[in-house]
Design a protein around this ligand. Structure first.
Ligand code: SF4
Length: 397
């Protein structure tokens, strides 16, 4: 019996539904599933069925390897001109006393504090403000590269970029080329929320729209930059909206191949204008990871962002299609802690992150932003390492 036949039997025992088994057959024969198949999975697949199928794909693509990286975040401001209803992070200009705006030196001092630590990536995202101009960030990027030339700079959501480029009166290509020249290496996946125009109008009407988000990523890919994609789920959207979101990403990925990772982001309801919307269950989170893995057949990686979903759920997700759990982060983000996530000071040492992955029966591998292997931790002996979060590996400057 082939592995695929064994899998089919296993799935049949899990959920003997004709339509679902047709979807399973397509996946096992390496065929793409349709939009309607995606909706059907959301409507009918149990966590066992979706998880088994997603795990099959994950194993085929990555075996037991689970990636993480050593990174830190810079959040230049939590003030924002936009008014996304789900956002617990932004302090409007009128609440300035609860907010921060970093100077160039503040940001560079953060980078300097990592000068002798073997981090490979800085992740820069934050609110949107008129004074945080394109020229300002071009200057910041150049200075960061002077301090740590090999540090990969993954920065600015399409929402921040769209605003910055409009203010500077440059088109997307010109703006991205300027930032790339200054040192920007890739784009994070934030700001995508949910692409359906009606839902977007209800939850984040005033920021860049779906077509603009996709165009910015497309242009970045055409300029040779990679990016990630997110989806905010579990609020007022329905399953069709989720599949529509992934369909638009899958189409763009067919064209450009520039996305590395898909990161589903769970709606959290603390201290925002949508606090009346209850949060989804862990079962739904795991089903969502699994269906994303099945649907996005051209995305190499699916990531569980542990500061948002908690360490335990991130660990569980590794058997539901997820093969990446982001990075050590070093307590340098406030975005999800302010939205009520369990992780109020997110930081994990390399040892902790490797233990978390190994305890799930997976194989921890440190990657850089573009998924080049930095260090394989399969049989790594941590006994001689310092207790601090960072190991004494060669420093990348
Ligand atoms: S989600 Fe982003 S763009 Fe929207 S209000 Fe919050 S910080 Fe601003």
């Amino acid at each position: 019996m082939s592995r695929e036949e064994e899998m089919y039997d296993l799935l049949k025992n899990t959920q003997n539904d004709h339509a679902l088994l047709n979807i399973a057959e397509k996946v096992l024969q390496n065929k793409r599933i349709s939009f309607d198949d995606g909706v059907l999975l959301y409507e009918k697949a149990t966590i066992g069925f979706a998880g088994t199928l997603a795990n099959y794909i994950r194993k085929k693509l990555h075996g037991d390897i689970t990636y993480f990286n050593r990174n830190f975040h810079i959040e230049p401001t939590n003030l924002c001109v936009f008014t996304c209803k789900f956002c617990s992070y932004s302090r409007l200009i009128k609440q300035q006393d609860e907010g921060w705006v970093m100077t160039k030196d503040d940001m560079l001092n953060i980078v300097r504090s990592y000068e002798n630590k073997p981090v490979t990536e800085v992740h820069i995202v934050g609110g949107v403000l008129p004074q945080l101009k394109l020229d300002f960030f071009i200057d910041v990027l150049k200075e960061i590269k002077k301090i740590k030339p090999q540090l990969h700079i993954k920065g600015f959501t399409a929402v921040e970029l769209d605003y910055m480029f409009r203010k500077a009166k440059v088109n997307i290509k010109e703006g991205l080329m300027n930032l790339k020249e200054a040192g920007l290496d890739s784009l994070p996946g934030g700001g995508a929320e949910i692409f359906d125009e009606e839902i977007r109008e209800k939850i984040c009407a005033d920021k860049c729209n779906s077509a603009e988000w996709l165009l910015i990523h497309k242009t970045a890919h055409e300029l040779g930059m990679h990016s990630n994609a997110t989806m905010l789920y579990g609020h007022i959207e329905n399953y069709i909206h989720r599949v529509d979101h992934m369909e638009r990403l899958r189409k763009l990925q067919d064209e450009t191949g520039g996305f590395n990772t898909f990161i589903p982001l769970k709606f959290r309801n603390k201290d925002n204008e949508m606090s009346y919307v209850p949060e989804g269950s862990v079962i739904e989170d795991l089903r969502n990871y699994a269906i994303a893995r099945i649907y996005l057949d051209n995305f190499p990686h699916i990531k569980a962002y542990w500061p948002m979903i908690s360490r335990n759920v991130a660990q569980l997700s590794l058997n539901f299609g997820v093969n990446d759990i982001d990075g050590t982060i070093d307590d340098s983000t406030k975005i999800y802690s302010m939205a009520g996530a369990e992780e109020q000071s997110p930081a994990m040492s390399t040892k902790e992150i490797c233990e978390l992955i190994s305890a799930a029966g997976k194989h921890p591998v440190e990657r850089d932003t573009l998924y080049n292997v930095v260090q394989d931790y399969k049989d790594y002996d941590f006994s001689n390492e310092p207790v601090s979060g960072f190991l004494n590996l060669p420093v990348i400057n």
